[in-house]
Structure formats: structure tokens, C-alpha cells
Design a protein around this ligand. Structure first.
Ligand code: KE4
Length: 429
């Protein structure tokens, strides 16, 4: 497959952009590949700078649940351009998007728009610290909540020891205010909250983890987080940046029937434009400036183009049957991958929730990050590169997920399964 133009563009990019990319995972380092530079996209397909067509299961890392260039989204963006691009002042569209999110998430009574998932989680934590007057934050190993200092923290040496910086440049003093515990370990969170609950401002969790591969909560785990945060006066934050409007119209909290105090959003609510949001209980959100004293701001928050794209997207996914149809396609793909691995005699765990699909090259059940790290990363790299050579575009990391969109047709799913069969057979020898 000719990649000359992508290679030339990458060499040029490397001279002026760190690693040649504006977000690290796009560099494809963990799978030993060079990034493809994308020229355009349409429906379930992307086309690279050399004109190669791929069936896309990254979907811009989640936002493109309708597929690329959905006519309603393009029309909404074009339409709003006649009004302008950014005013730095309130507009009607911000109210409409807020109402659409609140309508789908009963736990969200009030919401603030920002420009990324990182801003959403960072701000939700500042709010939790302000209202509880506590500093400690609990997160879970393998869960990713964006690149704010407080959340780029790895688990300490012992299970419940203070966090260690997940990146150079993060002060020890910041990292030590975050505890990172094993996901799905109820005994551990119960012990830590018993010992330190009064110091914990908030517990933040991906209710269905999508950044260590796809890892679902074991029965009772989310309920325990809800009970413990209630008992010790901590704020429960669901990071639904990925799962919100993805796994169900009401996100993971609808699937599991848990009412968090705050929820973070991103990705789909912007329909491919930069939008994040955090929202929840009114008595908490009223602390946010200018209504309250907790400061958070953003020049482009709520800008007309992003709001228009988000509104158009949510208006489409609210339609009857949208999620059922997505689920069917994803089920077909999941079964196809599992059968292909089986036929090739390769150990793989495949699962999905809604249109979020995970595939681990391991024979172990994956219930937390340590399990996920037992995966055969070389095999995943071979799978990624083999699929890419066959026109299938998945995330270049074992610790990501695949996203199916409404634009994927049966023939796309079937073509993907056929490619997986070929690639897995080659990998098995
Ligand atoms: P952004 O700041 O990238 O908009 O959102 C951060 C974030 C927060 N919470 C969850 C659960 C997320 O998955 C993310 C971002 N997801 C990654 C991929 N899994 C974005 C891709 C990238 O970093 O380039």
C-alpha cells in the first residue's frame, strides 16, 4: 500500500510539531508504525494522503458516532456559518445543547460547556475540592481522564500509597493528592475509604473503562463507589467523555442505574468539534462562577459551530432504534473477531458494550489494568499492521477500543471480519 505522501508529510511535521502529531497516541509508536495522514473522510471511511481507503473504527476516538460528514451535521455547521464563528458571548445554541444533554442524563441538572474532556474532568475535580474543602482525589489504574496534572498520576508503589507523577513536570506535591487504586477491587476501595474517606474530595471513574482496552465494572463495583462516596461525603464523578451517548443515550449511568453527583462529557456531544462539558447536581454546579466562586473559564466555550455540530449529532442519535441498530452491527463484528481468533488458534478476549468494542490478545479474563497488561502486545501490533494493510483502520494501541458508527454497513462489517480472518491466520503461524 503506497504511503509516500503520508511519509513525506510526517517528515515535514516532525520538523515543527513534537513527534509530528498533536496528540501522542496518533504517532502509532506502540505498534511500530508511522502515522497515516488523512486527506478526507466520508461515512464509515477515511482516505489517506495517498488515496488509500480504510474502514474507520477510530471515529476520531469516539465523536463520529454518526460516521463522517453526516449530512445533518454538515448542514448545521454550514448554516451557522452565516451567523458567524465565535462571539465570546452567550448564544441560543448553548442552551439547546445543554437541554439535550440534561434531557438524556437525569443526574445532570445543570451543565457547563468547555472545549475538551480534559477541561471537563479538571474542572469537575476543582468543583469537588471546593465544595468538600478536601484535597485528595481517588482514580483507578488504567482509567484515563485527560492530561490535567491531578489526573496524570500512576498508582503508587503500594496499592494505597500516594500517587506518583505520570509525567515529568507534574510536581510530587500534586501527585500525592491523588490515589490510584485497582479498578474493580471493591475490598481495596472499601479499605481506603474506611481509612481516609474523610479526606477524599472525590472519586472519579470511567464507569465502563475504555482506556485500558474495554473493561466493564464487575457486579456491585459502581454501587460500592456510590455508597462509599455517600457515606464519607465525597463527590462521585462519572467520566463519561467516552461512554456518554456512546454505550446508550443516557451513557453508562443509564445502563447501570447509578446516579453520580457530577458527570463529565466530551467527544460525541461536539459531533467532531471541540466540546467538553461537566454537569450534575444543581447544588454543586451553582458554585461555579459567576453564580458561585469556583472559577473556570474558556474563550471558545460554547462557540456556535461546535454547538451546532453537537446539537445536530444528539438530535440524530435520539431517534428511535438508533442504538439497537448500532448494537446489532457491533455484535456481528465482535462475534466475527472472536470466531476468527478461534479459527486461527489465537487467544483473544473480545467484548462490546453498545458500539464500543474491545479485543485483548490474552487468554485471561481482563478485569483491571494488571490483567490488561498480560496481553500479547507484539501480537496486537501485528494485528493492527495487518488490518491496516488490508484497509481496516483501528486504534494503534492494545489499550484503546474500536467504535462502530451508524454509517458502517453490513458490507463494511463483513469486509472487516474477512480481513481479520486473513491477518489472524498469518499471525498464527
Ligand atoms: P480530551 O481532552 O482528549 O478531549 O478528553 C480526555 C478524555 C477524558 N476522559 C476519557 C474517558 C477519555 O477517553 C478521554 C480521551 N480519550 C483519548 C483516547 N482514548 C483521546 C485520544 C487522544 O488522547 O488523542
Amino acid at each position: 500500500m503506497d504511503a509516500t505522501n503520508s511519509q513525506d508529510l510526517f517528515q515535514r511535521a516532525l520538523k515543527v510539531i513534537p513527534g509530528g502529531v498533536n496528540s501522542p497516541v496518533r504517532a502509532c509508536k506502540s505498534v511500530g508504525a508511522a502515522p497515516l495522514f488523512i486527506d478526507r473522510a466520508d461515512g464509515p471511511h477515511i482516505f489517506d494522503a495517498d488515496g488509500n481507503r480504510f474502514i474507520d473504527y477510530i471515529g476520531s476516538w469516539g465523536p463520529m458516532i454518526l460516521g463522517h460528514r453526516h449530512p445533518a451535521v454538515i448542514a448545521a455547521i454550514s448554516g451557522v456559518l452565516n451567523r458567524g464563528t465565535s462571539f465570546g458571548a452567550p448564544i441560543d445554541l448553548e442552551i439547546r445543547l445543554a437541554e439535550l444533554v440534561i434531557d438524556a442524563f437525569p443526574s445532570v441538572e445543570m451543565i457547563r460547556m468547555v472545549n475538551s474532556g480534559t477541561e471537563a474532568t479538571m474542572s469537575a475535580i476543582r468543583l469537588a475540592r471546593a465544595v468538600t474543602e478536601r484535597e485528595m482525589v481517588i482514580k483507578f489504574d488504567g482509567c484515563y481522564h485527560g492530561s490535567a496534572d491531578t489526573l496524570l498520576v500512576a498508582a503508587g508503589s503500594g496499592v494505597a500509597t500516594l500517587g506518583i507523577p505520570g509525567s515529568p513536570g507534574i510536581p510530587e506535591s500534586v501527585a500525592q493528592r491523588t490515589l490510584s487504586l485497582p479498578f474493580n477491587d471493591m475490598a481495596c476501595i472499601q479499605r481506603v475509604m474506611k481509612e481516609q474517606g474523610e479526606k477524599i474530595a472525590c472519586i472519579i471513574v470511567e464507569p465502563i473503562a475504555g482506556n485500558m482496552g474495554l473493561v466493564t465494572p464487575i457486579v456491585g463495583f459502581l454501587e460500592v463507589l456510590r455508597e462509599l462516596s455517600q457515606k464519607y461525603g465525597s463527590i462521585l464523578i462519572f467520566d463519561e467523555v467516552m461512554t456518554g451517548f456512546r454505550v446508550a443515550l443516557g451513557g453508562a449511568q443509564a445502563l447501570y442505574g447509578i446516579r453520580p453527583d457530577l458527570t463529565c462529557f466530551g467527544k460525541i456531544i461536539g459531533g467532531g468539534l471541540p466540546v467538553g462539558a461537566y454537569g450534575g447536581r444543581r447544588d454543586l454546579m451553582e458554585h461555579i462562577a459567576p453564580q458561585g466562586s469556583v472559577y473556570q473559564a474558556g474563550t471558545l466555550s460554547g462557540n456556535p459551530i461546535a454547538m451546532a455540530a453537537g446539537i445536530a449529532t444528539l438530535e440524530q442519535i435520539r431517534k428511535d432504534g438508533f442504538y439497537e441498530s448500532l448494537e446489532k452491527k457491533t455484535e456481528r463484528l465482535s462475534t466475527g473477531f472472536a470466531d476468527a481468533a478461534d479459527k486461527a488458534g489465537i487467544a483473544a478476549k473480545v467484548g462490546h458494550v453498545g458500539s464500543m468494542l474491545g479485543l485483548f490478545f490474552t487468554d485471561q479474563e481482563v478485569k483491571n489494568f494488571d490483567d490488561a497488561k498480560t496481553c500479547d502486545l507484539d501480537r496486537f501490533a501485528g494485528f493492527y499492521n495487518g488490518l491496516r494493510a488490508n484497509g481496516i483502520y483501528i486504534a494503534p494501541s492494545q489499550f484503546e477500543v474500536l467504535f462502530v458508527s451508524a454509517a458502517h454497513q453490513a458490507e463494511d462489517i463483513d469486509e472487516t471480519i474477512r480481513a481479520a480472518e486473513v491477518v489472524l491466520k498469518e499471525l498464527s503461524v
